[in-house]
Design a protein around this ligand. Structure first.
Ligand SMILES: Cc1cc2nc3c(=O)[nH]c(=O)nc-3n(C[C@H](O)[C@H](O)[C@H](O)COP(=O)(O)O)c2cc1C
Length: 348
């Protein structure tokens, strides 16, 4: 059934369809169909896990950052059974992102290319929505039925890299009361110069500063770093050393890639699309390699959330077998539809 709907949706521009679909889902929930949606799509067989910073995840399948950048659809995503949702990337000031069109489908490759550029409402507005969500969902942190919320934070495009740590601090402080864990995003290819912050010195400055602030809070939150699949082995080794040194709670591996290797899509179409991060099936293998490398090198000392090319249960299992403790879907959600969490959890 979803395949037919998908064929129709794929006739229209990708970004518009994203909001059309999510707003319709919102309407359904408002009209009282949330329970029906949950009954249809929430996983029956779940495998709860507490392997990340003591948090209790009702199931290990989450939604990757960038899908619900502004925390507008938490209710609806909860009805679809997600164990956790990573909101953001959020920046201190609202920003419009890059010019449209900036999201493209590559159906032959089961992939997407995006150059959204951290379009978001800004941290104050997003924090307000999360505050509202926490008032409406006041369950205890230990309830296994609660959907975990991650806060993915970034810097504004206009902020120079040397001041980036200030932007991360602003986002961290604003979101701290309302999210369960944090992800520092320095790996998006769509903010000029951002990925240079993956260099050890810059990372140390940002992350150790956040850890210091975290330690002063009465309820410190797990702090993770999201890395690109395009890092060299040496760069990954640096990230691992730093993660151990400053006691990061985990890594998210990986973000989108700038590579265009081995695609079925024609060069002509790729040139028409232009720059951006590639996600979905083409990033699956590299992302698994990175997960495996980190987990075996650290003997599991650094928990990893795997992201990249997960469509079906076998893909999720591949990531868990590589050592990941949790998985996230994004492009797979677009291609497989609303039953993706239920299907994956059923076979795990
Ligand atoms: C349209 C789009 C927007 C994204 N925005 C963000 C973002 O704001 N922050 C982030 O950390 N990752 C972002 N991502 C990356 C995803 O969270 C994910 O790590 C990546 O797409 C690989 O997973 P996938 O192959 O399942 O899509 C975005 C991905 C897509 C397709």
């Amino acid at each position: 059934m979803y395949k037919i709907i998908r064929n129709i949706l794929f006739l229209f521009p990708a970004e518009g369809v994203h909001y059309f679909a999510m707003n319709n889902l919102k309407l359904l929930c408002k009209l009282g169909f949330k329970k029906l949606l949950a009954a249809s799509y929430s996983p029956l067989h779940t495998k709860s896990t507490t392997s990340l910073g003591g948090l209790n995840f009702k199931n290990p399948v989450g939604l990757g950052a960038g899908f619900d950048k502004n925390a507008k659809y938490l209710n609806e995503l909860e009805a679809l059974g997600f164990g956790f949702v990573e909101i953001g990337t959020v920046t201190p000031l609202p920003q419009a992102g890059n010019d449209k069109p900036r999201l493209f489908r590559l159906p032959q490759d089961k992939a997407l290319i995006n150059r959204m550029g951290f379009n978001n409402d800004g941290v104050k507005i997003v924090a307000g929505r999360l505050r509202q969500w926490s008032v409406e969902n006041p369950k205890s942190n230990h309830s296994p039925s609660r959907m975990i919320i991650g806060g993915n934070i970034g810097k504004n495009k206009v902020t120079p890299n040397e001041d980036a740590w200030k932007d991360y601090e602003i986002c961290f402080k604003e979101l701290h009361p309302y999210v369960d864990y944090f992800v520092v995003n320095v790996s998006s290819p769509n903010t000029p110069g951002l990925r240079e912050l993956q260099e050890k010195g810059s990372l140390r400055k940002i992350l150790s500063h956040l850890q210091t602030i975290n330690a002063t809070q009465h309820d410190p939150k797990p702090l993770l770093l999201k890395i690109a699949p395009d890092l060299t082995q040496e760069q990954i080794d640096d990230v691992i050393d730093l993660a151990l040194e400053i006691k990061l709670d985990g890594l998210v591996a990986t973000n989108t890639t700038i590579s265009r290797d081995k695609l079925q899509t024609t060069n002509h179409k790729l040139q028409m699309i232009g720059a951006g991060g590639l996600s979905g099936l083409p990033v699956k293998q590299r992302s698994t390699e990175v997960v495996k490398y980190i987990c075996s090198k650290t003997k599991g000392k650094i928990p990893v959330i795997a992201s990249g090319g997960i469509f079906v249960a076998a893909d999720a299992k591949e990531k868990l077998d590589a050592g990941a403790v949790l998985v996230q879907v994004w492009t797979g959600f677009i291609y497989e539809g609303p039953a993706i969490v239920k299907r994956i959890c059923k076979s795990l």
